[in-house]
Design a protein around this ligand. Structure first.
Ligand code: DC
Length: 226
């Protein structure tokens, strides 16, 4: 059966990762969280005192950074940075606050995009992020653009953080999300925008199950017609 690429883009907190993971599971496809890759770079930069505006430091650091994904004992895909599981630490607020700056650096984007394209060279992949349908895979057979209101997104992120034992006030999450929305959609390099041909789904008032079945339904139609 033909394998396709599914690109899922949208702002932080509209359920991209949850949807993408479950779509990948149902189709038996690989899942790549491209945001986790930028978060891993941001974590490395914070831990090693790398200045993202110093191109020499950035290039040297990029050569030392190895990012990969492995399915953990819980059956979920987890992020590894230089062999270490960083799935938890890349979600910390200090990384969330730094990642938007790091992800505006062209050399970093070039390195991540090259890695992302390599990961999808056999197709059969679901990748989520900001520029997957526009830059990484403009030829993806299925492109999805997810949206949701700021309030809904902040509440979801708060619940996610609480589930991993981190108590963060809603206002802090809202301002972090809205700062990142602004940075992600106004940056010069690969800004977040709806890709040509993308299907837009507003997830504010629908369940994850509804999101997932909508995307799987669209994917199956494309697969069947190939
Ligand atoms: O999806 P997320 O919140 O984990 O993404 C973290 C940051 O990485 C976000 O601020 C934007 C950036 N990002 C990006 O620039 N391009 C992507 N393809 C994915 C994420």
């Amino acid at each position: 059966m033909k394998k396709i690429i599914i690109a899922i883009d949208g702002n932080s907190g509209c359920g991209k990762s949850t949807t993408a993971k479950e779509v990948a599971r149902r189709l038996g496809y690989a899942y790549v969280d491209s945001g986790a890759m930028y978060r891993s770079v941001a974590l490395y930069f914070l831990d090693h005192g790398i200045d993202h505006l110093n191109s020499e430091q950035v290039n040297t650091a990029l050569e030392k950074i190895d990012i990969g994904f492995q399915v953990g004992t819980n059956g979920r895909s987890e992020t590894f940075l230089n062999g270490k599981n960083v799935e938890g630490s890349i979600r910390d607020m200090r990384v969330s606050d730094h990642v938007s700056k790091v992800s505006t650096v062209p050399a970093i984007r070039r390195a991540m995009v090259a890695l992302q394209r390599k990961m999808g060279s056999d197709r059969g992949i679901v990748m989520d992020g900001r520029d997957i349908g526009t830059v990484v895979y403009p030829d993806a057979e299925l492109k999805i653009f997810l949206t949701a209101s700021l309030e809904v997104r902040a509440k979801r992120r708060q619940a996610e953080l609480a589930a991993s034992g981190k108590d963060v006030v809603l206002g802090d999450i809202e301002s972090n999300l809205s700062d990142r929305d602004h940075a992600d959609s106004t940056r010069a390099e690969s800004p977040l925008k709806k890709a040509e041909g993308a299907v837009e789904i507003d997830t504010s008032d629908i369940t994850i199950e509804q999101q997932v079945s909508q995307v799987v339904g669209l994917a199956n139609k494309i697969i069947a017609s190939a």
